[in-house]
Design a binder for this molecule. Sequence first.
Ligand code: PHE
Length: 335
Amino acid sequence: MEELKSDALAEVAAAASSAALKEVEVRWLGKKGRLTALLKGLKDLAPDERKLRGKALNLLKKDLVEAIGSKGAELQRAEVEASTEGEWVDVTLPGIEPAAGGLHPLTQVMEDVEEVFRGMGYHVMDYPEAEDEFHNFESLNIPADHPARDIQDTFYLTDGNLLRTHTSSGQVRAMRNLEPPFRAIFIGRVYRFEATDASHEHTFHQIEGLMIDRNVSVAHLRSSMTQLLAGVFGRKVEVRLRPGYFPFVEPGFELDLRCMVCGGKGCPVCKNSGWVEFLGCGLVHPNVIRAGGLDPSEWEGWAFGVGLSRLVMMKYEIDDIRWLMSGDLRFLRQF
Ligand code: PHE
């Protein structure tokens, strides 16, 4: 009995894994196990001997079950520890800081400008970048054979439409959308097929302003422009008006702004003149009023178009327009 016991316990102690221990258990206590066979054999013995042996065998079985149980728990603990080794997480480690983005300077200034105009009672409209010839040209008093079409080198789309060359393409849309009298601005991306340099880009942004009312004069246009620019820049600005030609305004003007990059001394942005051509403006041409579905004998208006890109350059003293669309993070991270 002692030999049997030390055999069994030695096998339990030698089991190196839960699986090996299971085999030991089956070998001794399974249906065909050694101890099971001995217990089954009891019934063939004489009653006295059966009692004696039965007691000893059951004691052995109890010891064996206990030994297997504690060995099993020990093996399992070791196995769990081994499997989680290398998988643990130190919850006290600092996290990975997410890379936060920012708003593009064009977007920042666009939102500022919208705020200023909203505060002055302007509608803020949004019109398509892919336009038809009617809205970009014809409705603006630029018929198909008009030489003014050459002023704006146009990207044509294969379906006969085009990428708008200016935000003026929204003027007639606004007249048809809004009940006069009204004041509206529309801001967005415009495209021109042209060679690029420090002050020209094929893709840039404009802000269009349009006011339709009765009895609008050049004096009104001039005072509105001065007030608007002061609002946008948050300070007084020096401007000058020159006659300018745009088929959709009469009279038309070029408004120049004292260069804020160099303060008027001369730099690449102002092409050393001290002035930057800042916006085109004028009184809305009667043909455009008519295209907008209004009667020019009753309704008049003024319109202006500003390069938003140029405004951003003035504000942040950026000396090359091509930075804006470059997507260069060294540039963008400064904002
Ligand atoms: N659309 C003109 C341009 O792109 C600017 C402009 C707008 C001029 C409105 C007069 C009136 O240059």
